[in-house]
Ligand binder design. Structure first.
Ligand SMILES: *Cc1c(COP(=O)(O)O)cnc(C)c1O
Length: 387
């Protein structure tokens, strides 16, 4: 077996991260306050446009605080995209609220506006208006922004926008993370940029940002002693991690360009392979960072090759790939909560695979992946021709 593993999405440092971490050491701000935090937030705010950003120690923490800022309490109902990472849904349960899971539509794989409205109408008929709609931009592809906003506004329900996978993606020129009433990002190790672990909450007002920081730093009242009138959390980002984030912001757009060329590589590779489609944006109003390149395999058109056949073939060559997110309504921990839809997400899960997409993949890595894929799909002649 090849000794170097090709990962799905490995961290990719730009070069100046250590300098900012060193600065934190030199100034002794080894704490959840300091210059790196301020600078990282300013970079993100400048990148997004007219929004306010507070950096936190995880994307999950950002979702938890986002739900709190939007008023979610025990007993409330929160509508949530079913096809996502469990971190989207877990904070709903932290608060003692009830998730209602919604299917995907086939174009962006995100929240289906029709199933969404059906769920809202049904939940209202049962006596409670949903408190929040939690949307996700899967794999960096923006959801149907206009359609979902129209439904949310019709019923006056705020949107919590889980943009964990979509920093740098945009719709009609507007950055993902800024469409919700509150938005969030993740800087976990596998995301488009990383602070080793971290997240951010995006708000429309300075007051809401300050409120998020207040809650993230144990909700201390203004007093010389420790005085508390509310329950707080320890969710602020460390100044060390923020130093990494500061360096990563300098290469964000460059790394997005690299991810997008890997997506192009897969489009070309699979163009000649029947029964495999590379997932892409529906039209030019959508811009994806293509955090992960993903494919759908139709075994009826591939002589029975499934996404699992391909995954195992890649694994045998020390190449990591992974099935798409397993929908929340199919997860043992969430399967008893309501679900609305037509099982699109289920079909995607059964047939979809995430392929290695890291911005630090080399041409040799791409060749190794290509070799395994062409061999599996019986395109040996293509290999010999290209050599
Ligand atoms: C990564 C991710 C999160 C969680 O972020 P963490 O920083 O790992 O806590 C939430 N939602 C989605 C869709 C993610 O991909």
């Amino acid at each position: 077996m090849h000794k170097n593993k090709i990962w799905l999405s490995a961290p990719h440092m730009g070069g100046s991260e250590l300098k900012y971490v060193q600065e934190a050491f030199d100034s002794n701000w080894i704490a959840p306050v300091g210059l790196n935090i301020d600078c990282f937030e300013h970079h993100l705010e400048a990148y997004l446009g007219s929004h306010h950003v507070a950096v936190l120690n995880s994307g999950t923490a950002a979702i938890h605080l986002g739900l709190i800022l939007l008023g979610v309490q025990a007993g409330d109902t929160v509508i949530c995209q079913s096809m996502t990472f469990s971190a989207s849904a877990n904070p709903i349960l932290y608060l003692g609220a009830t998730p209602v899971f919604i299917d995907s539509e086939p174009e962006t794989w995100n929240l289906c506006p029709i199933a969404l409205e059906e769920a809202i109408v049904d939940t209202i008929a049962k006596g409670a208006t949903p408190k929040v709609i939690l949307t996700v931009h899967l794999y960096g592809v923006p959801y149907k922004i206009d359609e979902i906003r129209a439904v949310a506004d019709k019923y006056s329900i705020p949107i919590l926008e889980d943009s964990a996978e979509a920093l740098g993606s945009s719709y009609k020129g507007q950055q993902c993370g800024t469409f919700g009433d509150v938005g969030i990002f993740s800087f976990n190790g596998s995301k488009i940029i990383t602070t080793s672990g971290g997240g951010a909450i995006v708000t429309h007002s300075k007051a809401l940002k300050d409120r998020a920081i207040f809650l993230a730093t144990q909700a201390r009242d203004i007093a010389p002693h420790y005085q508390h009138s509310e329950i707080g959390y320890n969710y602020r980002m460390s100044n060390i991690c923020a130093g990494i984030g500061r360096g990563q912001m300098e290469v964000l757009d460059y790394h997005i360009g690299l991810r997008r060329s890997i997506h192009e590589f897969y489009i070309e590779l699979f163009a000649a392979i029947e029964g495999v489609t590379v997932f892409k944006v529906p039209n030019a109003t959508y811009f994806s960072n293509y955090w992960l390149s993903t494919i759908l395999i139709n075994p009826l058109e591939t002589n029975g090759i499934t996404r699992e056949t391909l995954r195992l073939a890649l694994e045998a060559a020390n190449i990591e790939s992974r099935p798409l997110w397993k929908p929340m309504h199919l997860q043992p921990v969430f399967c008893n909560y309501p679900y609305y839809g037509n099982h699109i997400a289920e079909t995607l899960f059964n047939n979809g695979l995430c392929l290695p997409s890291g911005s630090n993949m080399t041409p040799e890595d791409c060749n190794r992946i290509k070799f395994v894929i062409l061999k599996l799909f019986g395109k040996k002649e293509v290999i010999s021709k290209k050599r």
